[in-house]
Design a binder for this molecule. Sequence first.
Ligand code: ADP
Ligand code: MG
Length: 257
Amino acid sequence: MSTPGTPAVPQPVAGAAAIRVRALHKSFGRNEVLKGIDFHVDQGQVVCVIGPSGSGKSTLLRCVNRLEEPDSGQIIVEGIDICDPETDLDAVRARIGMVFQQFNLFPHMTVLQNLVVAQRKVLKRSKAEAVETARANLAKVGLAEKEKAFPGHLSGGQQQRVAIARALSMNPDMMLFDEPTSALDPELVGDVLDVMKTLASEGMTMMVVTHEMGFAREVGDKLVFMDGGVIVEEGDPVEVLANPRHERTQAFLSKVL
Ligand code: ADP
Ligand code: MG
């Protein structure tokens, strides 16, 4: 029951897709970046998004938790319309973990503090519970022994695993990744992908913008190819990568594979 004057905290609708996007349009000034995007991510699915630089992948991902404001269209997260002004956006966002190319850790905080702060502030967890959750997630990404380290003393791959552990510490229903391994030295990519594979195998719903075609093929349930602000082609990753139907997909894959 909601009290008058306080927004109702929206609860996920049973059976709804994790993410459903309909006719999404977004321009920056005169630059139309998303030209009518329709797609969905089912609960427990891993959807990988590929496409050339500037095709709108990051903008799409950022629209899903309204870091970008769509111009028109619908974004439904777990059955809740997140563009509805009545929706408590913070409550929806708390269920969506986000991991960026740049890890965005607080440099002046230890690894443990980085994982604790949002749990305390946003979820109002007790210190003991936040620390316990943080430690469990650090162990999960293989960095239990680094809790007292400062981010600057870690490798890029370790920092990204900390960023993943931080997102997981909020117990999200789904995770959005925007090129999580693109800023990493090649030898550090595998450890981050391994953590993501584990998450996927545990049933985490994931939307992953990536250039790692091996990951998309092995882990993805669906592959979406974007170019010029539209979804050109989507389907089973093995199928799309082996037999792209569209000329534009073929041209892109011939450059990256
Ligand atoms: P991708 O992630 O596929 O490389 P982006 O979604 O980052 O593509 O960008 C798509 C287009 O939108 C690019 O032309 C980019 O310059 C433009 N763009 C992205 N973010 C902004 C912004 N905040 N302001 C203006 N233009 C932007
Ligand atoms: Mg991008």
